[in-house]
Design a protein around this ligand. Structure first.
Ligand SMILES: Cc1cc2nc3c(=O)[nH]c(=O)nc-3n(C[C@H](O)[C@H](O)[C@H](O)COP(=O)(O)O)c2cc1C
Length: 458
């Protein structure tokens, strides 16, 4: 891997409006405040910590249903607090927007959970409220129950979900980029003109799933289109990311596997007329810090003593066949079939250099993956390796809120800064300006073709 001089990595806090997001079992620790996730005070403490640490964004995961087979038991989900109960992240973000100044506010919303007309308006509202700090993680949902909560009989097949996402993205791009021309908002008290109808257009979208006249009801927000995140890593997911994403969220088992995926996605983006640097890649990692390596190992053992294998297995239920029956424990992961995340399964499959993991390895693999243990200096060494593989940023997975981010902000960030691996101050302006230097999507993005496209429309 070529060694380039360090440049600041980007850092997001990977969180969810629930008690047990990824590190299952940790909410039981006396210091773990995620047990109180209904309390907005917890989240305000978290985002203040993040701004103190100069994190780029808080990144909220979300789901709209239960993990597991349709109509299956959800005993484990409820007992573990495994993303049930959970609350809507977008509502929480409006509270966090007024308690922060610089932090990006990213949230996940699935194409199946909300009509794109309403979703576009919600995003514009949040982008106005936050003065341009909103990002959207585009997901297609991986749960049968989520599909059945929105009137479908079953989760659509993997490829069909991406086709749905493509039309959904098209509708919201038209509303954000094409419905209002620059200068349409007049707000002139003297003439009594609030907005100029000749510069506001219907989009008249007619597609296989959606029919939307418009115009968009919100005036253009500081970024118009929010910063676009995406996490698909299958072939179809990668093609969608290459076309649409400005930031891709990965969970590769090591830097070499990350480098392959990054190169493939960047090449696909370039083939579509975008540039390699139009997409930033964020790797998910969790950190266990100590002032010595021995202390870090002791902290790791303490964290592991709270880990819940049941929670990990219920979250990524690759151990179950699509009909809900169990795979034999010695089934190689390459023989596991899934209609949920194919990308995550492939990353798990490639976790060991010398052998193929089997179903019996899943609990341990899921509990231990993407973990970095050591002193701040050792953590900086590891992060340098991820950067050398082409990673632009890290989604920092927490163990305990807000403790994990306090530790990272106070002990790790200063060492990263001294090495040139973390920023010293926030750049001014919108989230997109901080990340890419411009408020609006660049002209190479497919949404840009809708600028001025509806001028002939009333
Ligand atoms: C690191 C990571 C985080 C994800 N977070 C969410 C999430 O919060 N909500 C969700 O519905 N899907 C989430 N997903 C699922 C992806 O958005 C995507 O739908 C899924 O990986 C299937 O796509 P693929 O098979 O192309 O990888 C996540 C995936 C990855 C890899």
């Amino acid at each position: 891997m070529p060694h380039r001089p360090p440049r600041p990595l980007r850092f997001n806090a990977f969180v969810m409006n629930t008690a047990s997001h990824i590190q299952h079992g940790q909410w039981r620790h006396p210091d773990a405040r995620q047990i109180d996730f209904n309390d907005v005070g917890l989240w305000i403490d978290v985002v203040r910590t993040l701004e103190r640490g100069l994190f780029d964004a808080a990144f909220f995961a979300d789901v709209t249903g239960l993990y597991g087979p349709a109509l299956g038991s959800f005993d484990v989900n409820a007992r573990e607090g495994l993303q049930i109960p959970s609350n809507d992240p977008s509502v929480l973000l409006s509270a966090l927007a007024v308690n922060t100044e610089h932090l990006g506010l990213a949230f996940t919303s699935s194409v199946l959970q909300e009509h794109p007309f309403n979703f576009a308006r919600k995003i514009s509202t949040l982008d106005h409220l936050s003065k341009g700090r909103i990002a959207w993680n585009i997901v297609t949902s991986t749960q049968e129950n989520a599909a059945r909560n929105f009137g479908l009989d079953a989760l659509p097949e993997h490829g069909a979900r991406y086709a749905w996402a493509a039309e959904y993205a098209d509708v919201v791009y038209k509303l954000w980029e094409g419905s209002w021309d620059d200068g349409a908002l007049v707000r002139d008290r003297a003439t009594g003109v609030y907005a100029d109808a000749s510069k506001i257009h219907r989009i008249d979208h007619r597609g296989p799933r959606y029919s939307v006249d418009g115009p968009h009801l919100s005036s253009p927000s500081p970024q118009r289109t929010p910063v676009l995140f995406q996490a698909g890593a299958s072939e179809a997911g990668r093609a969608f990311a290459a076309a649409n994403a400005e930031a891709v969220f990965i969970a590769a088992p090591n830097p070499a596997v990350a480098a392959e995926g990054i190169a493939a996605t960047r090449a696909a983006a370039v083939a579509l007329g975008r540039r390699a640097e139009d997409i930033l890649f964020f790797q998910a990692l969790s950190f266990v810090v100590g002032s010595t390596e021995a202390e870090a190992r002791r902290n790791e053992a303490e964290l592991d003593s709270y880990a819940s294998p049941d929670g990990f297995l219920a979250h990524m239920n690759y151990g179950l066949k699509p009909d809900g029956s169990a795979y034999p424990p010695d089934t190689p992961l390459s023989q596991v079939e899934t209609n949920s995340s194919k990308g995550i399964l492939e990353w798990l499959r490639r976790s060991f250099p010398d052998r193929e993991p089997v179903v019996a390895d899943l609990a341990d693999l899921l509990g231990r993956r993407a973990r970095v243990v050591g002193t701040p200096e050792q953590i900086a060494d590891r992060l340098q390796e991820w950067q050398d593989a082409g990673v632009d940023g890290i989604n920092v997975v927490n163990w305990r809120l807000p403790q994990s981010y306090d530790e990272f902000a106070d002990h790790v960030m200063p060492v990263l800064r001294a090495r040139g691996l973390a920023q010293y101050q926030y750049a001014p302006g919108t989230l997109r300006r901080k990340l890419f230097g411009t408020d609006l999507l660049n002209d190479r993005h497919p949404a840009a073709r809708y600028r001025g496209a509806f001028k002939d429309q009333p």
